[in-house]
Write a protein that binds this ligand. Structure first.
Ligand code: IVH
Length: 698
């Protein structure tokens, strides 16, 4: 896990300090009121650390409104007093800082903390929900920590915060209101459709939505509880009960009352004994961060027992029994400087955002995905916009939204291509993803290079530059033409000697015996990649069976639904002349080890495929491979590992979930291994796995 290491600025003089306090206060006010600050989280944290460093050196110059001393940093004055202050949390950024902090708690209470509760730090905003006799009567924002704004109008729009509890109790639930990634996308679609400016990120969207009254539309948000406390009207015995429950039990009680807690997410709160276990859990949560359906900006570690909490007590700003282990910022604001339109091997025209380079979580981000033209329109993106960019773990960076309030008026509309940027032909814009009308013929070099690639036909010596030569010389117009190349034709090309020619011809000859799954994949059927091609080939066993399948039969293959099936069938019909040529050249058209489905086989896809097949060592198992393979598996690419899994009767998958049966974790395995551990999924080393499938390796 990367920890924050960026150094804080050093102030030249007191004036710079004063300016910094002002900037930080403005940013904090925007943060707590749902506005968008010009500072992203990372910059804000750095500024506050610099302010604290200056204050330590110059205690006589500390300003009263410094963000280091304030309760909760908020500037919004609300009119509903909180019954108990809504505190903030102190932060640590490294395991060392965390360990130091735990030692300071132990010193304060005169013993080690008995056990810890570790939970995600949800990236939304704090809210107090008051329940009277089991009914939700009032919602109050944190405000400045002592009083907040009444936002009861939002009752009924927040999932996880029921209007009625399962028991008629009087108490206050505290927790975080946020938008999941899906809710955020939905909110911005609805908002821009109503002429509003998009929200920059889910947190802003939740804050803005929570406070907005009288909107023409409502968009859902989500609540997760992290605390329960008595209200003045709570019965004395119930209040006493709440005050003595360990934190884990308190949240379980909240869940029993019908309130959502992180318990049913991928990152439930857990109770742990020692600092080492806590740090391991911090790593685990950090590892799955990018895959969570909602944003987290850290991990909260709390003393679990009420007795430990009481002994540690609270300061005016934060409790002394809890800490936020902050994760590096995964969001930055940068400028959208351009949009590139790239044509892929199947003729899909995909936009890509070009950004002013920005450092996020240890890597420089210059490009971000934009899925299709309507994605641009929906997000209301303009050239020159300051945009919020999100990048965590291995995921491809994405633009969350433009930061609308930073617009200068000079932003320009993004121009969509009118003709194919590759070949100038017309564009088929009838679907969300635009496509060149020439389809896979448009970018012949891309489609042939892909076909010749290691995981498809594996034709060594046929790299992109050689493909360009062949295409330029007019020798190939589709993949079948590769098999008709003659020695003389190849010798006629520049930089093509006798040896390279013979090697290339031998590689092409060898490619004729690739399994059907690879041949199919090389054809570049829209909607099928490597894994889907393997499923189709294993299901139908021969090209003849594939080609005689109608949409209905195609849907018997796992993962092919009503939308995809007709596209695949149509694509195969379109490819008929190429397939005929391949057959005529002697290219293999069957899948080793697979048996075709029985003629009247309408049963569920995978069962149907299983029925005619011999049992393998991985029957019925879903297997994920991660990290570097060693030992007997060292030479296998990821694709070859997946092929092996499927030959052994298993299903290969790239993501770990509760349904995963086995994770093969090699050297350098990171988040997937951590996730398997969290979910209790069985792990195997490459050697153990090789042993398991040894019959197929021979
Ligand atoms: S406990 C007395 N637990 O983080 C302890 N806070 O930076 C108060 N937050 O104001 C908070 N997830 O809005 C707690 N699991 C969690 C949290 C959490 C997010 C927020 C909360 C708090 C802020 C402090």
């Amino acid at each position: 896990m990367a920890h924050m290491t960026t150094s804080a600025p050093v102030f030249a003089d007191a004036a710079a300090y004063v300016q910094a306090v002002e900037d930080a206060s403005k940013a904090a006010a925007a943060y707590y009121s749902g506005g968008t600050s010009a500072l992203d989280d990372d910059s804000y944290d750095r500024l506050v650390r610099a302010i604290a460093a200056f204050e330590a050196e110059h205690p006589e110059q500390v300003l009263p409104d410094s963000p280091t001393g304030k309760v909760a940093g908020g500037a919004v004055q609300g009119d509903v007093p909180h019954t108990a202050a809504m505190l903030s949390l102190d932060n640590v950024f490294t395991p060392e800082e965390f360990t130091t902090w735990t030692a300071s708690v132990a010193r304060r209470i005169g013993r080690e903390v008995t056990r810890w509760n570790v939970q995600p730090k949800l990236d939304g905003l704090a809210i107090a929900a008051r329940y009277t006799d089991g009914r939700l009567t009032r919602l109050v924002t944190r405000g400045d920590g002592t009083a907040g704004e009444d936002v009861s109008h939002a009752i009924g729009t927040i999932e996880g915060l029921p209007g009625r509890l399962t028991e008629p109790v009087t108490l206050e639930v505290r927790g975080e209101v946020l938008m999941t990634n899906d809710q955020f996308e939905h909110a911005n679609t609805v908002r821009t459709a109503h002429g509003g400016a998009p929200f920059a990120n889910p947190r802003n969207a939740a804050a803005g939505t929570l406070r907005a009254k009288d909107r023409a539309y409502t968009v859902p948000m989500t609540f997760f509880a992290y605390g329960l406390l008595p209200l003045p009207d709570t019965a004395a015995d119930a209040a006493e009960h709440l005050a003595t429950l360990p934190h884990g039990d308190l949240l379980q009680y909240a869940a029993d009352l019908g309130v959502r807690t992180p318990a049913d997410t991928q990152v439930p709160g857990v109770t742990l004994d020692g600092v080492e276990d806590v740090l391991a859990r911090v790593e685990e949560i950090a590892a799955v961060r990018a895959e969570l359906p909602f944003g987290i900006d850290g991990i909260v570690v709390k003393a679990d027992l009420a007795a430990d909490q009481q002994a540690a007590g609270s300061g005016s700003r934060a409790p002394r029994w809890a800490i936020a282990f902050k994760l590096p910022a995964v969001e930055k604001i940068t400028k959208l400087v351009g949009v590139e339109w790239n044509v892929g091997r199947t003729g899909i025209i995909a936009p890509r955002a070009v950004l002013e380079p920005v450092d996020i979580d240890g890597s420089t981000v210059t490009y971000a995905t934009l899925h299709n033209p309507s994605d641009i329109t929906r997000r209301d993106l303009r050239l020159g916009d300051q945009v919020m960019v999100y990048k965590a773990g291995d995921i491809i960076p994405r633009i969350e939204a433009p930061v609308a309030h930073l617009r200068t008026g000079d932003e320009q509309p993004i121009v969509f291509p009118e003709v194919c940027p590759q070949c100038g032909s017309a564009i088929d814009a009838s679907e969300q993803r635009w496509r060149c009308e020439r389809g896979r013929d448009c970018h012949l070099v891309a489609s042939l290079s892909y076909a010749a690639g290691r995981d498809q036909l594996d034709i060594e010596g046929l790299g992109a530059s050689r493909v360009v030569q062949l295409v330029d010389a007019g020798l190939v117009a589709d993949i079948a033409d590769l098999f008709a190349l003659t020695r003389d034709q190849l010798l006629g090309l520049e930089r093509m000697g006798e040896t390279s020619t013979d090697n290339l011809l031998a590689a092409i000859e060898a490619a004729k015996s690739q399994p059907l799954s690879r041949v199919l994949c090389a054809l570049g059927v829209r909607g099928t990649g490597r894994s889907m091609s393997r499923r189709i080939a294993r299901h139908f066993a021969t090209m003849d069976h594939i080609r005689s399948a109608d949409a209905n039969a195609m849907q018997q293959v796992g993962g092919i639904g009503t939308e995809k099936a007709p596209v695949i069938v149509a694509e195969l019909a379109e490819l008929a002349p190429v397939i005929e040529k391949l057959i005529a050249s002697g290219v293999n058209m069957s899948e080793p080890g697979a048996t075709p489905p029985a003629p009247d086989d309408q049963a569920d896809s995978d069962d149907a495929a299983d029925a005619g097949r011999q049992a393998g060592p991985l029957d019925g198992m879903t297997v994920v491979v991660t990290g570097a393979m060693t030992g007997p598996l060292e030479q296998l690419s990821r694709n070859e590992m997946n092929e092996l899994i499927e030959r052994a009767g298993g299903k290969s998958s790239s993501s770990v979930s509760k349904r995963t049966s086995l994770v093969v974790a090699g050297e350098g395995a990171g988040s997937k291994r951590a996730k398997a551990e969290t979910l209790g999924v069985r792990l195997a080393t490459p050697d153990e796995f090789a042993e398991l499938v040894s019959a197929l390796l021979a």
